[in-house]
Design a protein around this ligand. Structure first.
Ligand code: CMX
Length: 137
């Protein structure tokens, strides 16, 4: 069901402030920065071998990431699992009694289809299912 860990999401107050740690100290290549308006976050993706790190900076105090930082401080926010046929995977998880935050997939960063499981029904971890659309041509 799971192909790989696609990325690990890390909540930060300021991407600009922490980026030198990731690019210069750890030497990870920056893949890009974008704003995900629906989630009220700015995100930066860094390549970490086969997987990626996603820095998440809240763009509004109502953002889930802003609430997370307020309660828990900066740090690891979620783990994104790469899947194929995400809608089928969501149905399978629901059949197994998992509470989904997203009952249907929605558009996430990088144009991927994503859906979150509730951490209360996933061993205390916020897991995201993530399906990258095949590039055409
Ligand atoms: N990891 C693990 N547990 C978490 C968590 C996280 N990131 N965020 C919240 N929780 C826990 C809380 O600790 C809390 O547990 P307790 O009741 O034991 O304290 C419980 O989940 C409920 O959380 P809460 O603090 O009351 O916060 P909310 O219910 O308002 O929201 C959540 C929590 C996960 C439902 C919400 O953040 C959400 O819907 N997340 C999905 C969307 C998202 O995170 N988007 C940002 C990333 C977007 C992207 O990657 O593009």
């Amino acid at each position: 069901m799971i192909n790989k860990v696609d990325h690990i999401g890390i909540a930060v107050k300021s991407i600009e402030a922490v980026l030198p740690f990731y690019t210069e100290v750890l030497g990870l290549p920056l893949l890009g920065i974008e704003e995900v308006d629906s989630q009220k976050v700015k995100v930066a993706f860094l390549k970490a071998g086969e997987t990626k790190l996603e820095l998440l900076e809240p763009m509004s105090p109502e953002s889930a990431v802003a609430k997370f930082i307020e309660k828990r401080g900066e740090g690891i926010h979620h783990v994104a699992l790469g899947v194929k046929s995400i809608e089928e995977r969501i149905v399978e998880l629901k059949e197994k009694g998992i509470r989904m935050i997203d009952e249907n997939s929605r558009l996430g960063a990088g144009g991927a289809d994503i859906a979150f499981m509730h951490p209360k029904s996933a061993a205390g971890v916020l897991f995201e299912l993530c399906e990258k659309k095949e590039k055409k041509g």
